[in-house]
Ligand binder design. Sequence first.
Ligand code: F6R
Length: 338
Amino acid sequence: MGVPEGYRPMLDWALDLPGQLRVGYKAARAAGLKPGRFANVVVCGMGGSGISGSIARSLLWDRARQPILSCRDYDLPAAAGKDTLLVAISYSGETEETLSAVSQARQRGCRIVAITSGGRLAAIARNAGWPSVGVPGGLPPRAALGYLLGACLGVLEGCGIARGLGRDTTAAARLLERERPTLSRVARSLARALLGRLPFVYSTARSLDAVAERWRCQLNENAKLVCHTSELPELDHNEIVGLGGPEFVAKDTELVVLAERDTHSRTLARVRETLFIARGSYHKAHLLTPAGRTRLERMLWLVLLGDLASIELARLEGVDPKTIVRIDELKRRLAQLK
Ligand code: F6R
């Protein structure tokens, strides 16, 4: 079986995460943003763009004084108003849900900052005089995570939502560069373990919820697989009972548990006990703990591992990690309905 055409470029883009992070962060800090007094932050974006907002939110869940909400739909939450910093992220600049939310944000008088590689979002921001962070174009949006996340962190810092994000970004980029060989090795062995199985990805700390979400989306789009995600300790109050049902999935369910230094010691005990009690309801469990001193380093270590594993899995399955035929078809069909 030959190597799928999109394998090499997707791998190269994934491995460029540290370089992209630096470029995205720098672009945002050069956008002339000013700190403000905001009641909340709303990050609008879908799919491969929206995930960068979720990662920023997970990173800052116990650090930002204002709530950070993510909007993944046409309509804005009621909390969005004049005191809102609204960060609109769309790599193509053409995503209809994001453009709809942006138009509502304009009517409500939110302070809007756009992050995009072009398209209508760039044009709207330019005409309205909103600050806009331009990132390099031409990639599948999910392969541009570093640009979009680096930019999002730069915007949040520039607008006064959190401090120290530049230092965090630099440290994370350095760590990822050093860890690339290890991550590539672990990703290849994880991909072999996931081949032919149904992946369940569990997060064990709120900083890891968006990381698990990224794993799910990358397994969906790159490896063309369904993937389930859930959170500890919450799943110990419901899913633990359902795990293994229906019976035909149990033997083929592969658990990936993401843990890190911020994981509560009782939650770690819960992981051990849950895996013991539910033994027989899954094929195998893999407990993954990242390297890194800071939270962002550890989060992105796991993000890159998931990205690489999904691309390696696509290769083992003989599918092209770059193509997303159904999303393309859906966007075409919806455009015709207008
Ligand atoms: C494609 C991808 C998709 C897009 C989504 C939104 O690689 O990951 O999930 O990100 O369809 O499009 P953009 O990102 O252009 O707003």
